[in-house]
Design a protein around this ligand. Structure first.
Ligand code: ADP
Length: 370
């Protein structure tokens, strides 16, 4: 009986046969109880009309027997035909129902084996078609997650390789006596280890924000205060690099409901980048702009600028416009990705615009007013 339990086709056929059986039994029982009474009533009426003829009873019995035989034969034919149509219909329905289910079974096994490009045909418009569509959407999402995972592992390996190779090179130089055992050499090793440490903590932070595994401690506050805090923290670096920092806040700005530390982190990243990519003598301006239900914070710099083809990718993980330059500056290309997640968690948007190479850049984000 296991084959019945494991096959939808057999289950369908058996259910049709049960319906046919119930029909036949009901019809037979109904006929047995109704036909003799109706027949006798009819014969009695005829006898009265014909004036009580003597051979009438024998004729009635004979007629009844023949009628019963004809009825039974008709019932048998009907049952046979019904069973045949049950088989045909169940084969047809099974094909329509079971085939897409089988496709999905096969595809899900393939996906489980790591073939994420597997898809099923979406032929029907009914529930099975919708199921196939949902299945394909799920497969696409899995494929994207898998490719992101692979890309992430590749990127992390790549990012780790460079400082590790450098450290190994310096150590080999020291062992072979090519590099002098002096504080400058140790400083080089220290810088690489420092870069590794920053990368690891950036990665930790990235995995936390990507998984949404952080709580927002929202408080009502003015954006100006946040900007002032960031400016105070970075002013010494601006002075050291001789880049001017200008703050232009609009008056009567509504307060926002934000996590002070998190938005502070976003500002620190954007203003820090503006400083990093602006040459000596340049200018960085932080300004605010009230919008409907929002406040815009804009960080504009007169720095190296970004050409248009890079703009859409700036917030992607590990994306760096000039890989060698920003790596030398210690950038891992994760800061803007973290910033985007944090701004989104507050219900805002983040964007970047630039006049192109040499034209400076403007990074902006919005925060909903409370
Ligand atoms: P990084 O740590 O490398 O700075 P980010 O995610 O903060 O990483 O930035 C990604 C890339 O965007 C940087 O490597 C840089 O190429 C570019 N970028 C960010 N801010 C600016 C800016 N103000 N001017 C020019 N390029 C920028």
């Amino acid at each position: 009986m296991n084959w019945v339990r494991s096959s939808l086709g057999w289950k369908l056929l058996i259910s049709y046969l049960v319906v046919i059986m119930v029909g036949i039994v009901t019809l037979t029982l109904a006929a047995e109880s109704v036909i003799p009474t109706a027949f006798n009533r009819h014969m009695a009426g005829m006898q009265m009309m014909m004036g009580g003829h003597t051979g009438m009873q024998t004729m009635a019995d004979d007629l009844f027997t023949n009628f019963l035989a004809a009825f039974t034969e008709a019932l048998l034919w009907a049952s046979g035909l019904a069973t045949l149509s049950a088989v045909i219909v169940s084969i047809f329905v099974t094909r329509r129902v079971v085939t897409p289910v089988r496709y999905m079974m096969r595809a899900s096994r393939h996906i489980a084996d790591g073939h994420y490009d597997e898809r099923v045909p979406e032929t029907n418009a009914d529930e099975l078609g919708q199921l196939a569509r949902s299945f394909n959407q799920m497969a696409t999402a899995l494929e994207q997650t898998e490719s992101m995972r692979r890309e992430l592992i590749g990127n992390v390996a790549h990012e780790l390789r460079t400082p590790l190779t450098n450290i190994k090179g310096y150590m080999e130089g020291l062992i072979d006596g090519v590099l002098p055992p002096e504080p400058e050499t140790y400083q080089l090793v220290y810088n690489e280890a420092d870069r590794l440490q920053r990368l690891v903590s950036d990665l930790q932070e990235l995995s936390r924000v990507e998984a949404g595994a952080f709580d927002l401690n929202l408080t009502k506050m003015s954006v100006d205060a946040l900007i002032e805090q960031t400016a105070a923290r970075l002013r010494p670096q601006f002075e050291e690099k001789e880049v001017k920092l200008q703050i232009k806040v609009s008056t009567s700005l509504p307060s926002v409901k934000v996590d002070e530390d998190r938005i502070g982190q976003v500002l620190l990243n954007l203003v820090g980048n503006a400083l990093q990519y602006t040459p000596r003598g340049g200018l960085v301006t932080i300004s605010t702009k009230p919008q409907e239900h929002e406040v815009y914070v804009l960080i504009q710099d007169s720095g190296i600028g970004i050409s248009s083809e890079h703009l859409p990718h700036l917030f992607d993980r590990f994306y760096r416009v000039d890989k060698s330059r920003s790596r030398a500056g210690g950038g891992s290309g994760i800061g803007l990705t973290i910033a985007r997640h944090l701004v989104k968690a507050h219900g805002g948007q983040i964007w970047a615009t630039s006049e192109g190479l040499g034209g400076g850049s403007t990074f902006g984000f919005s925060l909903p007013t409370d």
